[in-house]
Design a protein around this ligand. Sequence first.
Ligand code: AQP
Length: 335
Amino acid sequence: MEKPNNRILSGVQPSGDLHLGNYLGAIKNFVTLQKDYECFFCVVDLHAITVWQDPEVLKDKTREVTAAFVASGIDPNKNNIFVQSQVPQHAQLGWIFNCVARMGWLNRMTQFKDKAGKNSENVSVGLFSYPTLMAADILIYLATHVPVGDDQKQHLELTRDIAQKFNNDFKTDLFPIPEPLIIGEATRVMSLRDGLKKMSKSDPSDYSRIMLTDTADKIVQKIKKAKTDPKPLPDNKKDLENRPEAENLISIFASLKDDTVENVIKEYGLKEFSFFKQELSDLAIAKLEPITKEMNKLLSDITYIDSILKDGRNNARSVAEPVLMKTKEIIGFLS
Ligand code: AQP
């Protein structure tokens, strides 16, 4: 079987409105990576249903994530954009990996602990075994690289462990050990209300995140209300220590501007936050408004969105099926 050497898989859940963390931590990087890698970008609806999703809303959000990919600059003619549940090989390999991964490995996953909290007896089994499906998402394409935000690093480590164990157990070299790609100044965008909490779709506060669907006025309001400390911006990076809200806003600015935190500090050091917030609002609107407009335009033509997903699905299946067949043969399943 031909082994790729520069193939990427990454996914975004259609579990709510996409926010600036998803954009800066993931989608914006996908746009850059499409130049040098063969890319599989997946709308991971099987992951989304690990927590309750309203069926009608799930359909809309699945198309919205697709539109966000394209509106941000991912070329659907060059890349595979598809929906996870439409490529059944993911779930089939996911089951096999449930039988490879060890309970102790999954018990150590901090995201499960964070998401389940005190409710761990009542969350779905899928939420617990989510990382084995993520391993299947990656390895069903023999992906060599995975762009990851800070929050997904541990899951990628588990994927590497699963690939290694499968290869060792069955004395094969079928699965690559995928490398993380950690890119940009915003690998972990924090909540605008609390610099110690990740910006997230499920945060109950609308003011904790900037959404890709927010109007310019809403963006201004949210940035104006963003929590900061009373001091002006620091004039060197070291002084950002113990100032999580300041660090977050400066990192967001740097990432939106494709610049470094050091350069932003050079330009705005010792300025008041009220001034910096205005500059940040202008920059965020300049970068996000065209994407929002394009997303809305794309979403008015569902037939086009669905045709992108159909092509993506067909390509993805044609790559995934031989890998699944080979895996089954190695395990000893009858063909
Ligand atoms: N705050 C963030 N900063 C940087 N990157 C982030 N990502 C998510 N939040 C941030 C990255 O976005 C990609 C898609 O994420 P996802 O939707 O699949 O899952 P998630 O990480 O669980 O997203 P949320 O918004 O936090 O959802 P909920 O609230 O449902 O848990 C991933 O590459 C992720 O790293």
